[in-house]
Design a protein around this ligand. Structure first.
Ligand code: NAD
Ligand code: DAU
Length: 351
């Protein structure tokens, strides 16, 4: 039986990936290492927590002794590393957490893998999950390819860029088998409502102002989370070691158009009058250093490995709105307590 370590498995993408792996690969033991920060939630994995091939380990990837002990205990064959501080706005308010988890945490995992695997590298893999934000910001035209020069512009993207470089350096210097993917904006169920889509759905539902940064003209390239998971699975099994693969769905949307679409979908599903929720849209102070546009060219992944997204943007949005409307309790639980404080700090003084 193979044993795989997935870090950050209690978060948004991680929980989808863990569920996928546990269900699709019953002969693989999946160990989920997660610190359970505000973004980590074991409720996300309730349906699979008692599966025999699933184990949860609470811990911090920065804690070298703990990480080393886990490598000794489970003798992992592979790592899929997702644990990270992931929200740009929080990185602006508090960069240090990002430096620690995203950079030091990644190095800690790499060191533990190297020490455990030694020269026995047959079948071993360190898969680093990263973001398109490392490439910086595009103008009106063009796409990020795997050879686009790194130009991170927020503490979050700079910390992810740094971790990508370190992973590559371990491949080149020590021969550690590694692969990296850089993905565009994900959406779907279980996403923490600090991120645009779940935040907007929650606010529409509760008839609260919808905060749109600046003029709402920034563009993001949206991908349904299940399609990111299928890309990770494919790259894990078929990707070439030492390579980078961009993942994206060619769904570029201006924020304001996305927000208006969500208003229309939620209004329809809740039986509200047409145009009612658009009145909640409130333009607020822009994000500092706000990247204008992201757009991914994923032709290497589709050409080399045959990946393509299975869910259209329109289907994905319907599925996502349904998910949040059907998971009232989940939404209520994650938006009580700490979230209220965060929300007040982030949006209270923003005009
Ligand atoms: P998330 O914030 O929802 O989840 C992160 C998880 O990591 C949480 O469960 C948290 O508890 C855990 N974690 C944080 N610090 C930790 C630490 N020090 N030790 C152990 N666990 C820790 O993030 P997400 O949106 O699911 O993103 C997952 C990964 O994918 C990240 O590496 C992110 O950079 C990358 N990514 C995200 C997107 C996106 O759109 N969300 C797109 C591309 C890449
Ligand atoms: O591109 C991949 C990245 O996508 C991931 O690496 C990050 O982990 C993930 O958080 C996401 O980053 P963004 O900054 O693009 O996502 P966010 O949902 O925070 O914001 C999306 C856009 O919406 C962005 O242009 C900022 C804007 N926005 C966001 C919030 C939270 C608003 O206008 N209002 C808001 O309240």
């Amino acid at each position: 039986m193979k044993t795989i370590l997935i870090t950050g498995g209690a978060g948004f993408i991680g929980s989808h990936l863990v569920r996928h792996w546990v269900e699709k690969y019953p002969d693989t033991q999946v160990v989920n290492l997660d610190k359970l920060t505000y973004a980590g939630n074991l409720e996300n994995l309730k349906d699979i927590e008692s599966r025999p091939n699933y184990t949860f380990e609470k811990g911090d990837i920065v804690d070298a002794d703990h990480v080393k002990a886990l490598f000794g205990k489970y003798r992992f064959d592979a790592v899929i590393h997702l644990a990270a501080e992931s929200h740009v706005d929080r990185s602006i308010a508090n960069p240090m957490d990002f430096i620690m988890t995203n950079i030091v945490g990644t190095v800690t995992l790499l060191n533990a893998a190297r020490a455990q695997w030694g020269n026995d590298l047959e079948g071993k893999l360190f898969y680093h999950v990263s973001t398109d934000e490392v490439y910086g910001s595009l103008g009106e035209e063009g796409f990020f390819t795997e050879t686009t020069r790194y130009d991170p512009r927020s503490p979050y993207s700079a910390s992810k860029a740094s971790s990508d470089h370190i992973v590559r350096s371990y491949f080149h210097t020590y021969g550690l088998p590694a692969v990296i993917s850089n993905c565009s904006n994900n959406y779907g169920g279980f996403q923490f409502p600090e991120k645009l889509i779940p935040l907007v759905i929650n606010n529409i539902k509760n008839r609260k102002p919808i905060p749109v940064y600046g003029k709402g003209l920034n563009v993001r390239d949206w991908l349904f989370v299940g399609d990111h998971v299928s890309a990770i699975d494919l790259i894990f099994h078929k990707g070439r070691k030492g390579e980078t693969y961009n993942v994206g769905g060619h769904n570029e949307k201006r924020n304001i158009d996305l927000v208006k679409l969500l208003c229309r979908i939620v209004d329809r599903k809740l039986g509200r009058a047409e145009g009612e929720s658009e009145k909640l849209i409130t333009y607020v102070q822009d994000r500092a250093g706000h990247d204008l546009r992201y757009a991914i060219d994923s032709s290497k992944l589709s050409g080399e490995l045959g990946w393509k997204p299975s869910v259209t943007f329109e289907q994905g949005m319907e599925l996502t709105v349904d998910w949040y409307l059907q998971h009232e309790e989940w939404l209520r639980n994650v938006t009580s307590g700490e979230y209220q404080k965060y929300y007040q700090g982030q949006y209270g003084g923003r005009r």
